[in-house]
Design a binder for this molecule. Structure first.
Ligand SMILES: [Zn+2]
Length: 202
């Protein structure tokens, strides 16, 4: 982890959202750290600050990549993680906000009567990107409707910048987070019980 955290990671540390221990990530890998972004976003003022920053960074990226010719029509995020940051980003951009969710067979889908019109310009916003899997699924849904995903953003990129979504993206903070295959995890070797985040009080 950076010895001098940026303002965004500073917010995570201040609110106890940057956890240390022995965690099983969604990817199945084990890590000594976990980011519980809900603990930052429980404070509406922090959510608003991060949404405003996300909106500014994404607007600048979209303008730069398209010579100012694209107007963002909407923000779309995967539930649950992307809900609050996506909403705050949309508020700051002055556009509408849609979300996708997993149905019973774990397939990401657009429900609740949400519709994208062909040609609409969308940005995909997530809280934390690890492998980019959820964001990629949302990008696919946007394309399915004939809309155009022009950029993606996350509060934190915990891939160290490695994830390639095939569209331009921004992260408010990029981390190189250690993750181990369980077979070679030193925390497992030391006999430390592994915790699935979300299942314990932080
Ligand atoms: Zn382990």
């Amino acid at each position: 982890m950076n010895p001098q955290p940026g303002p965004v990671l500073g917010l995570f540390q201040q609110t106890g959202a940057y956890l240390s221990g022995h965690f099983r990530l969604t990817s199945g890998l084990h890590s000594p750290n976990y980011l519980q972004s809900a603990l930052v976003m429980q404070h509406p003022a922090h959510a608003e600050t991060l949404g405003r920053e996300m909106a500014a960074r994404i607007s600048a990226l979209v303008a730069q990549k398209n010579d100012g010719s694209k107007k963002i029509d909407l923000v779309i995020s995967p539930a649950l993680g992307g809900l609050i940051i996506g909403h705050e980003t949309a508020r700051s951009l002055g556009v509408r906000f849609l979300f996708t969710e997993r149905d019973a067979d774990r397939k990401m889908s657009l429900r609740r009567g949400f519709v994208l019109q062909p040609g609409e310009v969308a940005v995909v916003v997530e809280d934390v990107i690890t492998t980019g899997g959820s964001t990629r699924e949302v990008i696919d849904i946007v394309r399915m409707y004939g809309a155009e995903p022009v950029a993606a953003g996350s509060i934190i990129d915990r891939s160290g910048g490695a994830v390639d979504l095939g569209i331009p993206r921004v992260a408010l903070e990029t981390l190189h987070v250690t993750a181990y295959d369980p077979a070679v995890c030193p925390l497992c070797a030391a006999g430390e019980p592994v915790v699935k985040p979300g299942s314990r009080p932080a």
